[in-house]
Write a protein that binds this ligand. Structure first.
Ligand SMILES: *Cc1c(COP(=O)(O)O)cnc(C)c1O
Length: 219
């Protein structure tokens, strides 16, 4: 049993044009299909291998099903990621961008990405650590014709301190607006997970990524 519909309804009750990514990591394909049958179309996975084992190849998926990679990506798995993912939301370094561009070129495909910002300052989190580094990556992307920069993603601080969560989302929103003002292709601000998505919507999130509240606790 998934709670996709109740989460979907709760999100839509607050904002009509937010997209909902159903984060299916650690849950089997049966759970994915249950959510799909309830209306879910976009799924999030954080490991390349799990994504490839769980989901069919792009051209064999049920109608409209998309899979976004939301976890940290190692350079040696970029090709395997591009082959399966419809979007990479966790791009966090220049060498990774360089590798994605190169592999896209080799495969003759384009890739939609988000840049991940480490808004919590937590050392163990991925994402660009400073605004300068992220803006530098935005500049670098102008030389990458195969990569389409869609926006910015962040993971809020864990642990439930609401003031820190708000500060992180506010900071990311300001950065997003700065990037968007100079880059017409940028339109997605991805913030909010099971524990903080309502707060994220207050800061203008366009996309929430929800796992636990839909599929239950992960093993
Ligand atoms: C796991 C994960 C989520 C979903 O987290 P929940 O708390 O289970 O909703 C969202 N975003 C990223 C990047 C994740 O790794």
């Amino acid at each position: 049993m998934t709670d996709y519909l109740s989460v979907y309804n709760a999100v839509k009750a607050i904002s009509d044009d937010v997209s909902l990514v159903a984060v299916s990591k650690f849950h089997p394909y049966e759970a994915v299909m249950e959510a799909y049958d309830a209306g879910a179309r976009i799924f999030g996975e954080n490991r390349v291998q799990e994504m490839r084992e769980k989901f069919p190849p792009k051209n064999e998926r049920p109608e409209g099903m998309k899979v976004y990679l939301i976890g940290q990506l190692q350079r040696n798995k970029v090709r395997k990621a591009i082959e399966w993912a419809d979007r990479i939301e966790s791009v966090d370094s220049l060498p990774l961008i360089e590798k994605i561009e190169k592999e896209c070129e080799a495969l003759a495909v384009d890739m939609d990405i988000l840049l991940e910002f480490n808004s919590s300052g937590e050392e163990n989190k991925s994402g660009f650590r400073t605004e300068e580094e992220l803006l530098n990556a935005v500049c670098y992307l102008r030389e990458c014709p195969r990569i389409n920069l869609l926006g910015i993603m962040t993971i809020g601080p864990l642990g439930g301190d609401e003031a820190r969560i708000r500060q992180a989302f506010q900071h990311t929103k300001e950065l997003f607006l700065k990037v968007k003002s100079e880059n017409p292709s940028v339109s997605v601000l991805s913030m909010g997970m099971s524990g903080d998505w309502k707060i994220a919507l207050e800061y203008g999130s366009d996309e929430v990524r929800i796992g636990t509240a839909i599929f239950g606790a992960r093993k």
